[in-house]
Design a protein around this ligand. Structure first.
Ligand code: NAG
Ligand code: NAG
Ligand code: NAG
Length: 371
């Protein structure tokens, strides 16, 4: 109720005031208004005509409106500049983030390939190691069989020497009679020598060749037969047996030499096969190594690229934020200035209107105001 009464009394009070008084009261409420009052007062004191003052006020208004036009255009240009700047930065961010995403999806593929190739490389190297080990084993085995052959050969050669020595003794025996007083060779002595020499090889001879074994036994028996001792034909027979025995041992030597040659050939063949396989493996290993080297380099470059583009994108986003702040600040400044200029222009419009309508009494009204 009170509110309604208050509102009514305000309306009545306002309508009791004329527009000149109302305007002057409004003007006194702002710094710009006060400046206008003072300007008009200075002009009136200087005896300027009302027309001149209205012209001056119109010029002020035009200047403010002109300034607003210029600022409006500047603001439009600035907005365009900001939009272009965002586009430019966003374009660079986009391309750098596109590259980043591409790198990040490519990297795992290369890491996987690096793992695969390295495992394959290791597998091949293991096979090569095993092959080299196999060659070493074959060589050891071959060294052993060669040694066995060589000692066997020496043994047989010694045996031949012993038989030939026996034959030499027997040939002396065949030309001389047994004479213990003269100290010449006796058949008994010889038979003991032969017995000792041959017995040492008895077992092996029997084992290796039936023919030699039989000859040996025959010789042994014959040489110990007392009836043969004085019989020159018997001596010749023994010589014949010894020759056959020597020949058999030569045959055996030859056979064993051929067998050893075959073993050597077999060893060389096996070794050669492995060496060829290793040569192929080494070529494959070299290829894998070269590939791993390239992959490692690629991974290094991808990681560098990822780091670079991450930093670049962060930096650019920050740059864009900075620009955005600057642009918003500028725009807010423009909006604020526009508001002030519009208010000032509106006030001037009203003052000019009031001046025109109250051409005669407004000047004196203003002159009486103190601000
Ligand atoms: C407005 O009021 C002032 C003083 O109160 C007076 O001098 C002036 O003549 C008035 N103007 C009109 C148009 O009534
Ligand atoms: C303005 O005019 C009055 C009266 O005609 C006069 O007294 C005064 O000196 C003039 N002022 C100026 C600044 O010319
Ligand atoms: C490749 O990189 C891996 C992992 O960093 C490393 O273990 C390997 O030795 C590298 N290989 C070459 C050939 O540089």
């Amino acid at each position: 109720m009170y509110k309604v009464i208050l509102l009514c009394s305000l309306v009545i009070f306002a309508s009791s005031m004329n527009e000149s008084e109302t305007l002057l009261q409004t003007l006194q409420n702002s710094e710009f208004g006060k400046t206008i009052i003072q300007t008009i007062q200075v002009q009136l004191e200087g005896n300027s005509s009302v027309d001149k003052i209205i012209e001056l006020l119109t010029q002020m208004k035009d200047r403010i409106n002109g300034e607003q036009d210029v600022e409006r255009q500047k603001s439009r240009d600035h907005t365009q500049f900001c939009d272009d700047k965002y586009d430019e930065i966003l374009f660079v961010i986009d391309s750098s983030e596109y590259q980043l995403a591409k790198d990040q999806s490519t990297l795992p593929l290369f890491i996987q390939e690096q793992k695969n190739k390295q495992r394959q490389l290791l597998d091949k190297q293991e096979i090569e190691d095993r092959n080299n080990q196999r060659i070493a084993e074959l060589t050891d085995q071959r060294d052993l069989t060669r040694q066995q052959y060589e000692s066997r050969r020496d043994e047989l050669t010694n045996m031949i020497g012993a038989l030939q020595e026996g034959k030499r003794i027997i040939s002396k025996l065949s030309t001389k009679k047994w004479d213990p007083l003269a100290g010449t060779y006796s058949f008994l002595e010889f038979s003991q020598f032969m017995f000792n020499e041959l017995e040492a090889h008895q077992k092996q001879l029997k084992k290796q060749s039936n023919g030699i074994g039989l000859l040996y036994e025959l010789l042994l028996e014959t040489s110990q037969d007392p009836g043969i001792q004085a019989n020159q034909q018997g001596v010749a027979k023994i010589q014949e047996i010894i020759d056959e025995l020597i020949e058999s041992i030569f045959d055996l030597l030859k056979k064993e030499l051929l067998e050893d040659n075959a073993r050597e050939q077999d060893y060389q063949n096996q070794k050669e096969r492995i060496v060829i396989q290793n040569r192929r493996l080494q070529a494959t290993i070299a290829t894998f190594k070269a590939r791993v080297l390239i992959i490692n380099q690629t991974i290094l470059e991808l990681n560098n690229d990822i780091r670079f583009n991450t930093e670049k994108s962060t930096l650019l986003r920050k740059q864009k934020d900075d620009w955005e702040r600057t642009c918003v600040d500028y725009h807010n400044g423009y909006v604020e200035a526009t508001k002030i200029r519009t208010q000032q222009s509106d006030i001037l419009t009203e003052v000019i209107q009031v001046f025109n309508r109250n051409y005669n009494d407004f000047p004196s009204l203003i002159q009486n105001i103190t601000v």
